[in-house]
Design a binder for this molecule. Structure first.
Ligand code: SF4
Length: 243
């Protein structure tokens, strides 16, 4: 039986993007192909993963990694599918586990779970492999950092994503460059100006500062010159004290 390493499983409130506030099961997978400066997630593979015993208590049971897919499915099925809007596959970068997801996602769909994929949007070929079983794609657009640029892979990824429901999340900070916002905006407009785009002010960390109020309003106006559906939404789970 195929096995998959897990970081954690819990039921909570989606804190980001257009689905903010809905109840979801979160399945967080380890490893990432990027190293974003504002990353707040430990992406290493733990010897054991944790699953919240009762939602909201932050009391966890521990299970050995990697876990066989059938055991993982049984753990997820302890949640009431009807209580949850969808199951968020998050990370790390979940698309690094395509071989395993191609087995797991059809089984989850058969059990009635809607699949919400949170991804950094840099692995378009891997997306194509799991696309049949994904319902909603939350795609990041990563602005360049450490000399790395992602514009081309993002454009491929976004074009493939149009086969499903997709929205874009773009984290902005005080020193975000207007040139990069310009390139990001025009990339989205080229693919489809109706794609919902969320400007997400960074949650301050590692000395990185959130944008000032006037910056956010100017940037939203700038995006609205070419795109129709731009919202500014911060990470709300942080101030709700949710996982
Ligand atoms: S893509 Fe996400 S998980 Fe990976 S380094 Fe960036 S913020 Fe962290």
């Amino acid at each position: 039986m195929l096995k998959l390493p897990i970081t954690e499983i819990f039921s909570s409130i989606q804190g980001e993007g257009p689905y903010v506030g809905v109840r979801q099961i979160f399945l967080r997978l380890p490893n990432c192909n990027l190293n974003c400066p504002y990353c707040d997630t430990n992406t290493s593979i733990p010897p054991q993963f944790r699953m919240e015993a009762d939602s909201g208590t932050q009391l966890f049971k521990q299970f050995d990694n990697p876990v066989p897919i059938d055991k993982l499915l049984a753990l997820i099925e302890t949640y009431d599918v009807n209580l949850h809007h969808s199951l968020s596959i998050t990370g790390g970068e979940p698309l690094l586990w395509v071989k395993e997801l191609k087995v797991l996602l059809p089984l989850l769909r058969d059990k009635g779970f809607k699949i919400y994929l949170e991804t950094n949007g840099t692995l378009p070929e891997q997306l194509l492999e799991v696309l049949p079983w994904v319902d909603i794609i939350s795609m990041d657009i990563k602005l360049p950092f450490d000399g790395q640029v992602f514009w081309d892979v993002h454009e491929f990824f976004l074009r493939y994503s149009l086969q499903k429901e997709v929205f874009i999340k773009l984290v902005v900070q005080e020193d975000t460059s207007l040139i990069n916002l310009h390139i990001a905006r025009d990339l989205i407009a080229r693919v489809d100006p109706l794609i919902q785009t969320i400007l997400q002010p960074v949650t301050p960390t590692h000395g990185i500062k959130a944008p000032k109020p006037d910056q956010l309003l100017k940037w939203q106006s700038f995006f609205l010159e070419k795109l129709r559906n731009i919202r500014v939404i911060p990470q709300t789970h942080v101030f709700m004290g949710q996982l």
